[in-house]
Write a protein that binds this ligand. Sequence first.
Ligand code: NAD
Length: 536
Amino acid sequence: MIWRAQPIIGIKTGGWKRREEGYIQRLYDKNQAANNFAHIITHHLVVRRQKMVDLEKELAAMREYYSSGNTRDASWRRAQLRGLLLLLHENQTEIFNVLKQDLGKHPAEAYRDEIGSTIKSINYALDNLKGWMSSEKAKLPKVALLTTAAIVPEPLGLVLVISSWNFPIGLSIEPLIGAIAAGNSMVLKPSELAPSCSSFLAQKIPAYLDSNGIKVIEGGPTVGEQLLQQKWDKIFFTGSAGVGRIVMAAAAKHLTPVTLELGGKCPAIVDFLSSSWDIEVAVERVLGAKFSACAGQACIGIDYILVEKKFYPTLVELIKIKLKTMFGENPRDSHSVARIINRHHFLRLKCLLDDPNVRASIVHTKKSQEVYIEPTILVDPPLESMIMEDEIFGPLLPIITLQKIEDSIEFIRSRPKPLSLYAFTNDRSLRKRIISETSSGSVVFNDALIQYLADTLPFGGIGDSGIGRYHGKFSFDEFTHYKAVAWRSFLVDFWFRFPPWNDHKLQLFRHCYEYDYLGVILTVLRLKKPKPSSAS
Ligand code: NAD
């Protein structure tokens, strides 16, 4: 209830009256402030409620559009995929600009990681759409006389895609490709932390795609939570494990299936490499994967290196040389390392280095300024420090030394399952052991990040690093329900399928389930006596 100031009626005299008036004025001011505050809250609630009502109406219209069947048509799917291609081709300069504004990405990096890779995925979907959409005939055993069956892909319905800020264009469009190819209606909520990219998507997607079936809703956690309160047929989320839990809990309420593309700490094992060529290539690939993809703010970026103690001085020296070759004396001036997304994350990364023991482990760094952090190399920071417990998600690269490189297997097994595991080694038995004794979303030998570009490989995590997979056909599958369809003829039936039951029928069931056709024929012709059931 809102407490309102009432006019005071009455005659008072002298100082007492003035005191009384002062008191009343203060009371009045206080009430006025309370009233204003209450008005603001009420207004906020009304606006919020109205927004929810508008959102519900919008989603109801999208559901109706989906029910009309438009989005299922192959022609609609192709038109939307071509629209996405056109959007990427016609707005490249603008995409370079928004990625520069939000993350300081160089156009070459932007094209490699967000535009080119996405164009490749759209072309792959367009080339394969017909095959993906086709029903597949299912093989049935002979006992299923006069029956045919097929697996028919059908879209899930209205889906929600929530994306993250580190590859704000690529990670928004990549899941849309699968959702469109599979014939769904969809809402995309990009990350508010990359505001230029988010508003670019909100402006351009309606201009190139069918707004009845595909919408962009901008906003942060509040909007995200409002969206999660709605009923969806699928939620595809890219982001942190913490928010992933919120998404999964909200989805459980409506039994909505989820794909969670999460992160974690991706290790890179660097074995002793005898050839100097191999070592140089390995170091270039490690540094490229760590620092040239969004300055280490990448879910599949290398988080830390595992190396044998005797090998680390060589490795560190080579890293210093190669860092200079790739990024010059002052990496910031090279414009080849992206910047940290915002001050909060900049301070978070600085905080990881605040621990004196961690600070003491730095072997290479330069002064950080504003939201830019120089590539920093550390050797053996304490394993219980934050830098070794949390996902780093920035240009800090710890090197952990081990007595034997084989110890890396136990090191990785004792931690949450990573999204990706990298190993630079020529040792076949170590490679075999890594594949069979560790668990991760992907394993790459002698390189890093390249798995993201392979349309024929599933991309996704396991355990703490995520649920589900996408890219190429896997994206189509992630947004598709495979419906089992069977057709029977009215001509023939097996009389023994129906009661009343007897041992003869029991015997026929036994032969049928064992596909023992001779047994069936002999039992039908009464040439084989049924085994009595123990119950009768
Ligand atoms: P985040 O979880 O903070 O945000 C992701 C999205 O969720 C954003 O759109 C955000 O607005 C939204 N969101 C935030 N709070 C919400 C809430 N309460 N309800 C609903 N939506 C909410 O993650 P981030 O900071 O954008 O991304 C960094 C994390 O994402 C890292 O852990 C990284 O490893 C991971 N990541 C994973 C992949 C992958 O493909 N596996 C790709 C990129 C990033």
